[in-house]
Unconditional design. Structure first.
Length: 79
């Protein structure tokens, strides 16, 4: 899987903030830097795969990311 696919996978069941997405990468034993994750999240927002849920923030004062319908379709096509 690509790193973008891992991001999609981390968001499929629930919205997740950047901290939780980083934890997901650790869980699946895939190395990613915070800078690379920021870049990929920005790209994926531009591509319309994810959006920011501005209705709440986590304990780290981060808004979570959500899959868009396009992102859900992309996730279904993984593998």
């Amino acid at each position: 899987m690509t790193k973008k696919e891992y991001i999609l996978d981390s968001l499929v069941d629930d919205d997740e903030a950047k901290t939780q997405i980083m934890e997901y990468f650790k869980f699946v034993s895939v190395d990613i830097s915070e800078k690379e994750l920021d870049f990929l999240l920005g790209e994926m927002m531009t591509e319309g795969l994810i959006t920011i849920n501005e209705h709440w923030k986590n304990e780290n004062n981060e808004h979570p990311y959500s899959l868009t319908p396009k992102g859900k379709e992309a996730w279904k096509n993984i593998g």
